[in-house]
Design a protein around this ligand. Structure first.
Ligand SMILES: [Zn+2]
Length: 231
């Protein structure tokens, strides 16, 4: 699949150099050749690109690369996302936008309260072991409704409260502070991913994957890293 991407880009660049493309195609070449994320990059470099992307987004300098039909075609026959995510379902935290990434870059699972369940752990094992994501990132956010509801022990309809027990250990160590609870919940869910999945634990132990976490601020657009427990 990587060969396909490289060969397509190389073909476009060669065609552009030969003057064989029109203006519209030249723009597409510029987009393709600016693809910043090397699929062979290290876990540390992958994590650095996430934070660089958040800096671009939150300062209004986001990059349109990977969000056009050139990229859609590039990844149409396969994917090699460089990071996998466990994030909250909150509509205000769209992960590709927050980290200034596009099609094929991130393998994302989202669920209220960014809780680790067996279903999303299975997806994240696929994103890391099979697809090769180099970072597994747990993203919480300020004023998280799921964390707040679990904290308040609010009555909720249907099955929503079924997620609360996964958040409560973070509530207990928060001292009743919602910001602390969100932060503790990121640490807790990251720990759950490593504890519940031998596949993920092995990738981390062999340094093929870095586990990381952070909190997105709904007002500033910035992600603040959270120091996780040692794995
Ligand atoms: Zn939330």
């Amino acid at each position: 699949m990587a060969d396909l991407i490289v060969s397509r880009r190389e073909w476009l660049l060669a065609a552009a150099a030969a003057g064989a493309l029109g203006a519209e195609a030249q723009i597409a070449v510029a987009a393709a050749s600016s693809a910043a994320v090397d699929p062979e990059l290290t876990p540390e470099a992958a994590l650095a690109e996430l934070y660089a992307g958040n800096e671009r987004f939150s300062t209004g300098n986001w990059n349109p690369r990977h969000r056009d039909m050139v990229r859609v075609l590039e990844v149409s026959e396969g994917q090699r996302p460089f990071a996998a995510f466990l994030g909250c379902a909150d509509s205000r935290v769209p992960i590709e936008i927050v980290f200034d990434q596009g099609f094929g870059d991130l393998f994302v699972t989202r669920i209220a309260g960014n809780v680790a369940t067996s279903e999303n752990i299975a997806s994240l094992e696929f994103g890391t072991l099979v697809l090769g994501a180099k970072v597994l990132y747990v993203l919480g956010h300020t004023a998280c409704g799921a964390v707040n509801a679990a904290m308040q022990r609010q009555a909720v309809p249907g099955q929503i409260s079924g997620l609360f027990h996964l958040i409560r250990p973070a509530i207990r160590s928060s001292g009743g502070d919602i910001d602390k609870a969100v932060l503790e919940n990121v640490k807790l869910q990251a720990q759950s991913l490593a504890d519940a999945s031998p596949v993920i634990a092995e990738l981390i132990a062999t340094k093929r994957l870095v586990l990381a976490g952070g909190v997105y601020n709904l007002k500033t657009g910035k992600v603040t890293p959270v120091k996780l427990n040692e794995q």
